[in-house]
Design a binder for this molecule. Structure first.
Ligand code: CP3
Length: 339
């Protein structure tokens, strides 16, 4: 598997490629199945449907990795918090006031269908295609649990000052639950893991250390103790100058880069031979044409000779024309007519 080679620190050329949110609304075949399933959550929790949508982008584009089709908010739901995806509004949860409302011992029963999906996907994938299991980073998941929805997370940010013990208690539960959840994905057949810390960037440095770096380090240490050699990709979005510290202290094997981070600056800030993933702006994938060609060729040039996994800096958006993804694949794999 090319992806695992790169996660071991070996440069591979052309680099392996997959896209965040590669199974999603930009694909007509996803929209068709989503309509059949009704709700997004029904799609996530039905192993037959979830397996099918995980495989759709692999069949269409031959990506080097599949990512389990699920959501970072399945874990709080399994812990007992309500979760709904209102049409066009994103996730909605009843904001958490008391950790006694959470029941970690019941979670594995609730996320059982997800493990069945992992098993089915692994069995159906070509051998060369890696299956990435994932969870949200604990700080990001806590943001949704405490605020109940996206949009700046004002309650979480206030609580971080007014009641840091409460935030820490929520994070402690999430750290333990995430370890068990990710270990279950490994046991079911995931080849490597990713932690989506999409809202790492809302915290000032001291909180970033306490809420992002510390909990992530505990998760990585525990998983590696149980499964030596397991590879974990971190995605500390918008972490700015704290990227180097995150990389060194958490022990993740690779860093998912957001769109605003200059790759040469990230290389300079992180330990030697750090594996990077991502960085391409999803908006240029939507734009297509010469702008897409230029951006892809530039990123390929920047990562030549390094262990790099080609990807976006954030999820693909529903408005991306599927043919632009085809173009991207041609550019990366060298079969395009562009010089
Ligand atoms: O293809 C894949 O990447 C795998 C599946 C996956 C989804 N969400 C499916 C999804 C993964 C890895 C995620 C991660 C996720 N979910 C993150 C972290 C990454 C990031 O984007 O920052 C976050 C913050 C969430 C929470 C979430 N889920 C939000 C804010 C939303 C609404 C926004 C949106 O894009 O609609 C979702 C819904 C969601 N998760 C969809 C998909 C395919 C769209 C649902 C639909 O079909 O209507």
């Amino acid at each position: 598997m090319k992806l695992l080679k790169v996660l071991n620190g070996e440069p591979v050329w052309p680099p392996p490629v997959w896209l965040m949110r590669q199974a999603g609304r930009y694909l007509p075949e996803y929209r068709a199945l989503r309509e059949k399933a009704g709700e997004f959550l029904s799609l996530c929790l039905n192993p037959e449907f979830a397996t099918e949508v995980t495989l759709q982008p692999i069949r269409r584009y031959g990506f080097d990795a599949a990512i389990l089709f699920s959501d970072i908010l399945i874990l709080p739901m399994a812990l007992g918090q309500g979760l709904a995806f209102a049409q066009g509004e994103g996730p909605m949860l009843p904001p958490l006031h008391n950790i006694a409302a959470l029941d970690p011992s019941a979670a594995p029963t609730h996320y059982k269908p997800v493990m069945e999906t992992v098993r089915r996907v692994r069995a159906a994938l070509p051998e060369k295609t890696a299956l990435i299991g994932f969870a949200g980073g604990p700080a990001t998941v806590a943001c949704y649990m405490l605020d109940g929805k996206g949009g700046g997370f004002p309650r979480t940010r206030a609580l971080a000052y007014e009641n840091p013990d409460f935030v820490t208690a929520v994070l402690d539960i999430l750290v333990e639950a995430t370890i068990v959840y990710l270990q279950a994905q490994l046991d079911a057949g995931a080849d490597c893991l990713m932690l989506f810390e999409s809202w790492a960037g809302i915290f000032p440095p001291e909180q970033f250390r306490a809420f992002v770096i510390g909990p992530t380090q505990r998760i990585v240490t525990a998983l590696k103790a149980k499964t030596p050699g397991v590879k974990i990709i971190g995605f500390p979005r918008l972490s700015g100058l704290l990227l180097g510290e995150y990389t060194e202290k958490t022990g993740v094997d690779a860093i998912g880069l957001d769109t605003v981070t200059d790759l040469p600056a990230a290389i300079a800030a992180c330990p030697e031979n750090t594996v990077f993933q991502g960085n391409l702006d999803p908006l240029v994938l939507k734009t297509g044409g010469p702008a897409l060609d230029a951006a892809v060729l530039r990123l390929l040039e920047q990562c030549r000779g390094r262990p790099h996994i080609f990807n976006l800096g954030h999820g693909i958006t529903p408005d991306v024309p599927p043919e632009n993804v085809e173009r991207l694949m041609k550019l990366i794999r060298g079969t395009s007519d562009v010089p």
